[in-house]
Design a protein around this ligand. Structure first.
Ligand SMILES: [Zn+2]
Length: 336
């Protein structure tokens, strides 16, 4: 079986992904989004309530004990003396924390009915009812929390089942098929009790109208589809991933190009005599001009080193002939 840490980690990731989609869909406010996400995280650990002395079981019964003890206190306030109320409060707390827990573990066993799809549905209905009646959340939010609980619960069952398969040995452990099952076929009594509890929980759930209306909204789904990926598929977080390879070396080259250009300027005057010597042997460079005027060209071009510079830079790196100038850099650094 997957341990508690794995369950809470995977459950949090799943609930976080669902919360992100819900946030993008813009169907609930931030305060309700947190409450709904918590239902998903809770669902991902709740099935292990049937594991005696497991953290979910201890935490669940401690929470229930606190809840029921205060319900007992507030519903009887004014009827009894302070001493009686303290006794009642403490009695309820200890009863739920120890007696109810003991009875629960006597009646359930690990990977029994609580590790089943039926229990997931029961917990989802119970969540919808609790969010609506106890936490006073709107109907739609309560059902959304139920959905988060259901998915979280199934994430737990799936994870348990995945851990049943020994990937390295490709052997199937004895626990295979004990987590992700619709009902507990070995204990029909447990399954029947859970089915009854599911029906009872459903009767307490609020109307589904608000939830189904917002979930079937065409606008919401088309909006989600539109926002699923960045508008320009290659631009993530404002960075153009398609041109990333081109941008990085071009920025480096632009830095080194400036001192190189100044270095070539004095050299340009030195190379000009050589160029004048080279021109007759290489007439292709001045092919557009008349060959007769070719030797006279280098002499007056001395005060114009700029065209020679760009030419020499490009000849240094011919593969980077489309090397960006200052103008290109401007477009790269400019946020799109
Ligand atoms: Zn489990």
């Amino acid at each position: 079986m997957a341990n508690f840490t794995t369950h809470i980690a995977v459950g949090t990731i799943a609930a976080g992904a669902l919360a992100t989609i819900t946030l993008a869909a813009d169907v609930v406010g931030p305060e309700n989004l947190i409450a709904v996400t918590m239902a998903g995280v809770l669902g991902s650990i709740l099935p292990d309530i049937d594991l005696k002395d497991s953290r979910p079981s201890r935490a669940f019964f401690s929470g229930l004990a606190v809840f029921f003890s205060f319900v007992a206190l507030f519903t009887t306030a004014g009827k009894y003396s302070i001493a009686e109320m303290i006794l009642l409060w403490l009695g309820t707390l200890l009863f739920v924390r120890y007696v109810a827990k003991w009875v629960f573990h006597k009646m359930s066993y690990h990977r029994g009915i609580w590790h089943s799809g039926l229990a997931a549905v029961f917990c989802a209905f119970a969540t919808a009812a609790a969010y609506y009646w106890v936490l006073k959340r709107p109907e739609g939010v309560s059902w959304l929390a139920a959905g988060f609980m259901l998915i979280g619960y199934f994430v737990h069952l799936t994870l348990d089942e995945m851990y049943s398969v020994d990937v390295m040995d490709t052997r199937i452990k004895a626990s295979f098929g004990t987590a992700l099952k619709p009902i507990d076929a070995k204990h029909w009594g447990h399954s029947a009790a859970m089915a009854l509890a599911t029906v009872a929980a459903f009767m307490l759930t609020p109307s589904t109208q608000q939830f189904t209306e917002s979930m079937s909204s065409q606008n919401m789904w088309s909006g989600l589809q539109r926002r699923a990926l960045p508008v320009d598929h290659s631009v993530w977080f404002g960075i153009d991933l398609k041109n990333l390879g081109k941008q990085i070396p071009s920025i480096k080259r632009a830095d080194t190009a400036t001192p190189a250009a100044s270095a070539t300027t004095p050299a340009a005057s030195a190379t000009t005599p050589a160029a004048s010597a080279a021109t007759p042997s290489a007439p292709t460079t001045t092919a557009t001009v008349t060959p007769a005027s070719a030797p006279t060209v280098p002499a007056p071009t001395k005060p114009e080193p700029a065209p020679i510079d760009t030419g020499s830079l490009k000849s240094i790196a011919p593969s980077m002939s489309n090397a960006p100038s200052a103008n290109d850099l401007g477009t790269i650094l400019k946020p799109n």
